[in-house]
Write a new protein. Structure first.
Length: 290
């Protein structure tokens, strides 16, 4: 509206929009003022608002699923009776540095291809639905299992590792067995840390949107690509600079270890693609019922 007679309707509307050239009464009664009097600006504003909302969801999804993965990792280690997989300073490094950069870059995600074809959401709709929460749990569980798996598989099968059995690793003598091995637990802990970092970088690519990664494409957010490269650079820095490696209790890794790390990390892309399909179907069914 633009006139005095529109003031009451603007006040009662869910979102009252006044024309920039309208009366002061109309502007004060509205929630939004269209400064350029161009109705197409409303469409652009809605698209921008939906994009900000979606990026906020992806930011939350990425951090929550990553943190669930760390909790699962610690929980599984205790349940199985395995030696400590990660130490506090390594978890702090992952949370503050390695995770922080990609999470920040997710705020620059471009609009999804179908962002304007979706129906308006309800004002009381939770930011995390049941289907979305299930997606968090599945991805987080995979992150935790992959991290613990990296530690265990290196101990059991690495050519330059102790090659002990799973029962020995999870037994009372597992800790002592590893400590007696040359280098102790540094290498398997480094493998576990590297799996956690790498799987979360793949998980950041999953957070480019609710659409398939094949549709969006990793290069749609160059800030995220840069953040992932910087996170890997920082991770390599603490691994291959001896003075820093001592602080974090890590050691350099060979090619066999890196193959294992990527073999455990990459499948999270497929797992999340399946979960995206599940969430989209659940939301479509919900919208159809409503």
């Amino acid at each position: 509206g633009d006139g005095v007679n529109d003031a009451l309707a603007l006040k009662k509307a869910n979102i009252g929009i006044a024309m920039g050239s309208g009366t002061e009464v109309a502007k004060k009664s509205s929630d939004m003022v269209l400064a350029d009097d161009n109705f197409s600006t409303i469409v652009s504003a809605i698209e921008e608002g939906r994009t900000i909302y979606n990026n906020t969801k992806q930011f939350i999804r990425y951090l929550i699923s990553s943190n669930i993965g760390e909790v699962v990792c610690i929980f599984m280690t205790g349940i199985l009776g395995m030696p400590e997989v990660l130490v506090p300073i390594q978890l702090l490094w992952v949370n503050l540095v390695t995770d922080g950069l990609p999470a920040t870059a997710l705020g620059f995600n471009p609009p999804e291809p179908d962002v304007m074809r979706k129906p308006p959401r309800k004002s009381d709709e939770p930011i995390v639905s049941r289907a979305t929460f299930m997606r968090y749990m599945v991805i987080g569980t995979y992150v935790g299992l992959a991290t613990v798996g990296g530690f265990g598989l290196w101990c059991m099968y690495a050519p330059n590792g102790p090659q002990i059995s799973f029962s020995v690793l999870c037994g009372a003598e597992g800790e002592a067995w590893l400590e007696s091995f040359e280098g102790g637990k540094k290498v398997p802990m480094t493998v576990a840390l590297s799996v956690l970092v790498t799987v979360e970088m793949f998980n950041a690519l999953n957070a480019l949107g609710d659409s398939s990664l094949l549709t969006v494409g990793p290069m749609s957010n160059l800030y995220l690509v840069g953040a992932i490269l910087l996170s890997f650079s920082l991770h390599f820095f603490i691994l291959y600079v001896p003075a820093v490696a001592v602080i974090f209790g890590v050691a350099p890794l060979d090619m066999w270890a890196w193959k294992l790390i990527f073999a455990l990390s990459a499948p999270i892309v497929f797992v999340d693609e399946v979960m995206k399909v599940f969430v989209r179907r659940a939301e479509y069914t919900k919208d159809k019922v409503q």
